[in-house]
Unconditional design. Structure first.
Length: 302
């Protein structure tokens, strides 16, 4: 793969300011994309009008999609032409060499064993000082995450419960198992064997873990490229309520777990242990009711 074309696919919904900032970080890339595919599920034409009006140094193609992130990503794949497909959230800011550094990983893979590459989200670990009460609260939640196998950061591999971990605290590149949905790139040929699972509903709930497991099952490797850096600026716009987010996390986690992992008693015990931790994490907020509602749904499907 000497000079692959790069298609950047961004799925967005009602986030013009965040989306436009992400596009500008693409314009600043040392290796420009060969096309930008915008898949829009917004309520109105605000994103479509912006795409029609901007002047950027690469083709920018606009497509509509029904609600659902996995559905929108599949629309992006179908309408792209690149040999390398990059997916970014609509609220990230890329370091100028991001595309070039990930592209080099693929180009150096002469045996075509690497199917996907993820970058490093540099602000995943908060460094700013906080008030003592907030510090104590954060430490308590960190303890709960550790005990119940919920810690997000780790070595980039799946836990026994099926929960993914992310390697963003690590500054050295390595092979991993779990991609982060906000910054992942694939060889196009991978999608001859895998597909984003449209039964995983909502936005940003386990779909990145699912596609990662599919890539591994298709006998490809996944690389974490620590030098490809970006900042994630989580948008406050158009996010589900904490109750709905908690419910979707439980329901999608259950579907992912049953789809990919052997249902041995020990694994099932690890799965339910993690769900118990989710209940504790969301007490006493509205998210706790979402976890309970999600558990009721999955119990009805058993």
């Amino acid at each position: 793969m000497e000079n692959p074309k790069i298609s950047v696919i961004i799925c967005t919904k009602n986030r013009l300011d965040d989306f436009s900032n992400t596009v500008m970080s693409l314009v600043r890339q040392s290796r420009l994309p060969d096309e930008l595919i915008v898949v829009d599920s917004s309520d109105g034409p605000i994103i479509q009008d912006y795409v029609a009006a901007i002047d950027v140094p690469f083709p920018c193609l606009y497509f509509r999609a029904a609600l659902g992130l996995t559905r929108a990503r599949n629309v992006g794949i179908q309408n792209s032409c690149g040999g390398l497909l990059f997916f970014f959230d609509d609220d990230v800011d890329l370091e100028p060499n991001y595309l070039a550094r990930v592209e080099q990983v693929f180009k150096s893979d002469h045996m075509v064993e690497v199917g996907a590459v993820g970058g490093r989200i540099t602000n995943e670990i908060p460094h700013e000082p906080v008030a003592p009460l907030l510090y104590i609260k954060r430490k308590i939640f960190d303890l709960i995450r550790t005990v119940f196998l919920l810690s997000k950061l780790g070595n980039g591999r799946f836990r026994y419960s099926g929960m993914p971990t992310q390697p963003h605290a690590l500054t050295t590149s390595r092979f991993i198992e779990c991609l982060s949905g906000g910054c992942m790139a694939f060889r196009r040929e991978v999608f001859e064997k895998v597909r984003f699972d449209e039964s995983l509903i909502g936005y940003g709930h386990v779909e990145d873990a699912d596609i990662s497991k599919q890539v591994l099952n298709a006998d490809y490797q996944i690389v974490y490229e620590a030098s490809a850096e970006l900042v994630h600026n989580p948008s406050s716009q158009d996010r589900p309520s904490s109750r709905k987010q908690a419910e979707l996390t439980v329901v999608n986690y259950d579907r992912f777990f049953r789809k990919h992992w052997s249902q041995t008693p020990l694994r099932r015990a690890a799965f339910w242990w993690t769900l118990a931790g989710l209940c504790l994490m969301y007490i006493p907020g509205a998210g706790w009711l979402g976890v309970i509602h999600g558990i009721k749904q999955i119990m009805r499907e058993v």
